[in-house]
Each structure stands twice: as C-alpha cells, then as structure tokens.
Design a protein around this ligand. Sequence first.
Ligand SMILES: [Zn+2]
Length: 146
Amino acid sequence: MTPGIALIALFLGMTAAPAVDGARVVLNGTAVCLDAAGGVAPCRAALERFGWETPDGVVHRLARAESIVTMLRDPRVRERANQVTGLRGVTGEVEVVSIRAAGDGPARELFYFCAVCNVRSYSPGPCPCCRGEMDLREEPVEGPWR
Ligand SMILES: [Zn+2]
C-alpha cells in the first residue's frame, strides 16, 4: 500500500467494503495499472489495462478500453479520481460507467468539455468537433446513479 492509497483510505473512512447492488458497483479507492497478466504494475507505456484498488486492498479489474476507462490514461484523471461506478460482469471485471472525484460534499463526475463546441466527452484527446484541446471538468452529481 502506497502512502497515497493509505491517505485515500483514511479520507474515505468507513466505506471499506465496496457497495454492491446487483451487478451495479460503486467502488471507492484509486486507479492502478495492470500488466498483461493482471498484476498491479507501474503506470507506463501502453496503459491498456486498469484496476481499481479499494481501501481494503482488493484490486478490482476494469473491463478494457473503448469505454470510459480510457480516461484513466490521463494522469490528471488518475490522480483525481477516487470513485468509479460500474457494472460487474460474470467474469468479475467492472465495466466503468462513470469516474468521479469524491471528498467533501457531493461526488463530482469527471469529463472533458469543449467550450467552443459545447461538447462533452468521456474520452481523452482532441475535441471530436473542432479538434481543439478539451478541458478536464468536474461536476457535482446527486447520487451514485443519475
Ligand atoms: Zn470543440
């Protein structure tokens, strides 16, 4: 456990066990990078596979890309995100639905936004409309599911 993870665990307090509601999961914790074998590895190179380490030390595998999970390639997101909501499939992998920053007050959903085009995106990279750079934004959400 790294000091950063310990700090987040402390910060999130009592929610050590992931909340499970059927196939829906809300996981507090922090992103970790996984190697091809599914083990926790330093975040570098391809950044193809991610896991989510909850404060109890369990690493939940996240379903791989073409989904919102590609946001975790962005170090700004990895450093800020501390809650994912998703759907756990039969393989145990979690398909990520949203990536959030938690802390004081309501959780804030993380997304990219182009003010020029008024476009919202969950994929890092240039704006799909004007190809300009998109800002990383956060916006409060009411509950774990909208
Ligand atoms: Zn744009």
